[in-house]
Design a protein around this ligand. Structure first.
Ligand SMILES: Cc1cc2nc3c(=O)[nH]c(=O)nc-3n(C[C@H](O)[C@H](O)[C@H](O)COP(=O)(O)O)c2cc1C
Length: 183
């Protein structure tokens, strides 16, 4: 097995729980899986005026998305929806029209919040967009991390065994999906 994963955090915040969650997930990747956490902080806001001469960060995003067999999107919840940082990356990856870098790719969504509902609203809004982009969202297991403030130690390491087990189940499902994906 040799699988390349492009992984994205929807939070640009230095001490982001979402990024910690994504890094903990990446650290549990099975053998043969390479995870590339893609920096999307320098992408400009989506703007069709830029499409004739794509900015370098957009070109890099396209290369990294096209090289990936599988995508992982970790998102915080903002006002019961998902991160505009993720939306911006998905939008650029689908442009210019007719060049959908995400087409057919298996994708897992990790929802994360320090509050109670596990970013349910964020994850489920995001899934709708992934279907339109013709990606293959992992349906089960779902991943909602509530109470993220109590799940990491001071160095950012995941301390919660239940979350670790859930992450391992997500990896299992995601790799099954990837192995069955049309080439
Ligand atoms: C604009 C905004 C809207 C938010 N809305 C929600 C929300 O709907 N649900 C929720 O659980 N947390 C909400 N929060 C709180 C975030 O979950 C919290 O700030 C979290 O730490 C952000 O993720 P991060 O740690 O990865 O940056 C919101 C935060 C911001 C900045």
């Amino acid at each position: 097995m040799n699988i390349n994963v492009a992984a994205f955090s929807g939070s640009l915040r230095k001490d982001s729980f979402t990024t910690k969650t994504l890094k903990a997930f990446a650290a549990l990747a099975p053998e043969g899986v390479t995870v590339n956490i893609v920096d999307i902080s320098e992408l400009p806001h989506i703007n069709q005026d830029l499409e004739d001469d794509l900015p370098e960060p957009v070109k890099r995003l396209h290369e990294q998305a096209l090289a990936a067999d599988v995508v992982v999107l970790a998102t915080p919840e903002y006002n019961r929806s998902y991160s505009p940082v993720i939306k911006n990356a998905l939008d650029w990856g689908s442009r210019p029209q007719g060049n959908n870098c995400w087409d057919g790719k298996p994708v897992a969504v990790l929802g994360c919040t320090p509050y109670n509902l596990g970013a349910f609203g964020a994850v489920n809004h995001l899934r709708q967009v992934l279907v339109y982009l013709n990606m293959q969202p992992l349906q089960q297991p779902e991943f909602y991390l509530a109470g993220a403030g109590e799940k990491f130690d001071e160095s950012g390491q995941l301390t919660d065994e239940g979350t670790r087990k859930l992450m391992q189940s997500v990896w299992k499902g995601l790799l099954q999906l990837a192995q069955n994906a049309p080439q």
